[in-house]
Ligand binder design. Sequence first.
Ligand code: NAP
Length: 515
Amino acid sequence: MITIQSYVNGEFASGGEQVPLLNPATEETVAVACCGVDAAAALRFARERGIPALQSLTFAQRAELLARMAAVIHEHRDALIDASVSNNGATRSGAKFDIDGASGALAAYAEIGKQLGERGILCDGEGVGLGRGARLFGAHAWFSRPGVAVFINAFNFPAWGFAEKAAAAILAGMPVISKPATATALTAGRLAEILVQSAVLPPGAFSQVLGPVTELLNLLGPQDQVAFTGSSETAAKIRGNQNLVRNAVRVNIEADSLNAAVVDPLLDVSSPLYQVLLRDLVREMTEKTGQKCTATRRVLVAEPLLEKLVEDLKDRIGSLKVGNPANAVVELGPLATADQRRDVVAGIERLKSSCQHVHGEARPGELVDVPVGKGFFVGPHLFVARAEKALSAVHAGEVFGPVCTLIPYDGNAASAGRLVASGGGCLVSEVYADDRGFMQQAATLIAPYCGRVVLVDSKSEGFTLPPGMVLPQLVHGGPGRAGGGEELGGMRGLQHYLHRTAFQGSRAAVERLLS
Ligand code: NAP
């Protein structure tokens, strides 16, 4: 049996509670995770060894570490994909999304660090004269913080969730302690082994804790940072942690999201744009079995287009092969855990109570390569929400599975804006329109409710990327329900892990300090 261990104090730690990790397609145990560590010792090691090791390096040197991390992840890509297929229930393509996303984010930040060069301090804009004379001067600069970055990640992206945070933190000079979701810890465990065996990072720069982290959170101080990805319920507990509040520890939250696609009411169903819309909607519903924070949960569509869109979506999702993703023909795998399936089924029942259920069965009849009665499967489900009560059910919460709701609207950009806003905050939303006026109006109205807005027209066919793909160059995060956090976005993501200080004094003194 494979055993996955925490990596703390510069070594893998056995002991603690042994938690079985399952294959969600077969319910067989594929590994055991040893959960529970001495949090104080782990933190001390990261502080005493990791901080000086990283902060003695320039941005360009830390960029080199990221480039090597990206390279070893890519080198061990197949082993990591296998781990994701067997413990996350991801299809090979869903697993690649996670693993290649991880190496891609690290490589992108390595490039940023290389451009920053052999420096350890970053100037923040131009300096400014202060007062009436020319002698008093002020300027801002970014500094590495002598603290530790603690990551708490969701079950759905064990590799990318770690790497997109680690890229910015390590480049900024902060050692990381990563805590993956327990149920899908196999990929994260493999990733830790790969990073440690290849010795790409100095001792103390990377640690990984399996199991609960409350004790660790209770020990963090003012220079430390927490980056959380997961449900809003857990986010609320972390936000309310009294030690984090008392010490004003920076906390970044990436949580749930009711992302939306807004469809131009005059969209021509014979246009290439309509085909892009269908491709994106099916992909966002089914990739990683809908367990993506950026998946499209709501589609705002004018009444005359509704029936055609429902039929075309049913055609596509109805023919998907569902089953064990170890079999290459399978296009839709199981949900990751039994709890996850229970939550998704409860969400489907909530929608069924007031929305029109136009497609889907709780457990698909034909499953490829799955033992009878086993696996955490849910088929793709489509709903239509018309009445106020139905909209309340849709906006009550995210159903984190292959579930999407079409919402007919009157075709006005202002109405689309109000509906998107009712989601309470989105990570991403899309506008599919060839009408430039509609595109402009809808995108502007939804922008304050979204972390990212994707503009799709017929001209972007061939190069547009699926909206659920998070890019290291652009900000990831969203207001309200989405957690109010922000990650990535090139230099913006790096700045979350640095501290900005203002200096004032004689121009010569300030410029000398920051040169
Ligand atoms: P979750 O149940 O909230 O768990 C997330 C992480 O928090 C896990 O590592 C979990 O550890 C840990 N955790 C649980 N209780 C904790 C506590 N009291 N203190 C500290 N950590 C605690 O979420 P999930 O089910 O893994 O993920 C699904 C959710 O994540 C969805 O709602 C999805 O929308 C959201 N998500 C958001 C993004 C984004 O970027 N915005 C990305 C992916 C997912 P254990 O596993 O050990 O319990």
